[in-house]
Write a protein that binds this ligand. Structure first.
Ligand code: NG1
Ligand code: ZN
Length: 532
């Protein structure tokens, strides 16, 4: 076929460094940007083939999220805006690692295995973050798409969740919204304004939010969005990219892992409500400092708790019998799980790290709230749940309380980006809930108290020697490791610890929690020694 000759010619312009082996990990390929040109071209090819297979538009996002500026990465977005399926992750790894002269064979193998009709039209949406390497790398993706005769649309600078949204809008013929950045702002900001419109006693303080944009794409996009918020939310934007480096001592990952405020922000007043996005704006964490200067972090678990409590109350008021669950990972603070299960009486499920796992489990429920502790998460509503809420909102024969709850639920659905965790949409949702409940960040924080915890990274020769089970909470290999962890955990009160190989960095991650910070730190340290 003519297109295969073209690929041979064009792929030579995006050569693979000899011996380089990369894997499609927790969130696509991610490494130093200098090693990624051939990967991008090849992901352009793969997205085109995936589009032919699904007869739908596929997304390709060029970003390395919270990683340092010099890294980059790429992830594929499936038709409904979700992460690409597991078997295609394997195709991606195969194609990425084929030697230059074997590329065509690797591609043909995928085409054959998936029985692709090559005459089918293909459409690919491409987006990129603000890294200096992103422009040429996203061009390599576009080259890959055109090498196989696919059509592409380059959205340029967008957040990861915005690209997921575009793909979903496109493939649902606009039912989810309009597939433009403007359409995105209109949909989510209108829902936010509807949600907050009857909270007339909201003070200026409650309308004010301090945001750390991680010097990344989220900052640019919040600036673009501001006018749509009609002053109902007034954002003081720090780390907007004009001075500091991307993710450098700022952003959601820094704040969560270091458990301190970002640098580059204005002096935070006691009690001031603040939040940080990560480098591609799919994660958000909240925080404040109290009058004694103590820092308080409100992470993904606190968000999941606030959101699920709010939704459960509304479902009860609406008289709707819908099954709600919260999906977490092993990193969820033990206090959050305890509170959700024992006080809120909400079903809690635990999955492996990586939002694709949480997303799939959340799909099993009418209302599935999922969050990683690091602040990556969203809420999914089943089709049946959306229909029931819609019917009730339109029903003229229900009492005021049920009607009001149904209308709030309907607007809540509209403020949520259900395709993927989205810092902007999560921010609007949390701000709306706090406004409706008339709640301060301190009041939200006291719903439950986090167990002190510590996360560490350990460099080892080969992190893959660690294999885990039970949603990564127990190590199966190497022999003796889990026993050693169990013995260390026994020394402390309310303690828990686990280790797992990272899917995005060449490290083993260690997590520990206990009744005091000293104990959590000591346990994390002792467990990291056991990993060597
Ligand atoms: P790894 O490197 O596999 O731990 C990290 C995060 C994940 C997820 C991915 C993708 C932690 C402990 N891990 O994965 O939750 O967000 O990055 O960005 O935060
Ligand atoms: Zn991210």
């Amino acid at each position: 076929m003519a297109e295969f000759q073209e690929i041979s010619k064009l792929s030579a312009l995006h050569p693979k460094p000899a011996g380089l082996v990369l894997q499609y990990g927790t969130s696509g390929f991610r490494t130093n940007a200098k090693q990624l040109d051939h990967i991008m071209f090849r992901m352009g090819l793969l997205a085109t083939v995936r589009s032919k297979k699904t007869k739908a538009t596929i997304g390709v996002m060029v970003t390395a999220s919270h990683n340092p500026e010099e890294d980059n990465g790429v992830k594929l977005v499936d038709p409904m805006g979700e992460m690409v399926t597991q078997d295609w992750e394997e195709h991606a790894t195969q194609l990425a690692n084929a030697d230059q002269e074997d590329l065509l064979t690797a591609l043909k193998n995928i085409i054959e295995k998936e029985a692709i009709n090559m005459s089918q039209e293909a459409n690919v949406f491409v987006g990129k973050d603000t890294r200096s390497s992103s422009a040429s790398l996203s061009q390599a993706v576009l080259d890959g798409v055109s090498a196989l005769g696919g059509h592409s649309k380059d959205y340029g600078l967008v957040t990861t969740p915005q690209l997921h949204y575009m793909v979903c809008c496109q493939n649902t013929q606009g039912k989810y919204g309009e597939a433009t950045v403007e359409g995105y702002y209109t949909k989510f900001c209108q829902a936010f304004i509807q949600l907050t419109k009857n909270t007339s006693n909201r003070t200026d303080d409650q309308k004010h939010l301090c945001l750390d944009g991680a010097n990344g794409i989220g900052a640019l996009k919040v600036r673009e969005m501001e006018s749509h918020l009609k002053k109902e939310l007034q954002i003081s934007l720090n780390n907007d990219g004009s001075k500091g480096r991307l993710n450098h001592q700022c952003g959601a990952d820094y704040v969560k892992v270091q458990q301190k405020p970002p640098t580059g922000a204005h002096r935070i007043n006691p009690g001031e409500r603040c939040c940080s996005f990560d480098g591609d704006a799919d994660r958000i964490v909240y925080y404040y400092t109290d009058s004694e200067g103590t820092f308080h972090l409100l992470d993904g678990d606190k968000m999941a708790t606030l959101i699920s409590t709010f939704l459960k109350e509304l479902l009860t008021q609406a008289g709707l019998d819908l099954k709600i669950a919260v999906v977490q990972t092993a990193y969820a603070n033990g206090s959050s799980t305890h509170y959700l299960e024992n006080t809120m009486k909400v079903l809690v499920r635990c999955t492996k790290t990586g939002v694709k796992h949480l997303h799939h489990v959340a799909q099993e429920f009418d209302v599935g709230v999922y969050f990683e502790a690091n602040g990556h998460g969203t809420v999914l509503f089943s089709k049946a749940a959306e229909e029931k809420i819609q019917q009730l909102a339109e029903d003229t024969n229900v009492n005021d309380e049920r009607k009001k709850a149904a209308l709030l639920l309907r607007n809540t659905i509209n403020v949520i980006n259900q395709t993927v965790g989205d810092a902007i949409s999560d921010m609007l949702l949390i701000e709306a809930i706090l406004a409706i409940k008339g709640m301060t960040i301190q009041q939200w924080d006291t719903i439950y108290t986090d167990l002190p915890n510590r996360q560490l990274k350990v460099k080892v020769a080969d992190r893959r020697v660690i294999d885990t089970t039970d949603a990564e909470r127990r190590a199966v290999t190497p022999a003796g490791l889990q026993e050693a962890i169990d013995n260390l955990v026994k020394k402390y009160r309310q303690a828990r610890s686990f280790v797992r190989p990272s899917g995005t960095e060449d490290v083993v991650r260690v997590y520990a929690e206990a009744d005091t910070q000293e104990s959590a730190d000591a346990l994390a340290h002792e467990v990291s020694l056991a990993v060597y």
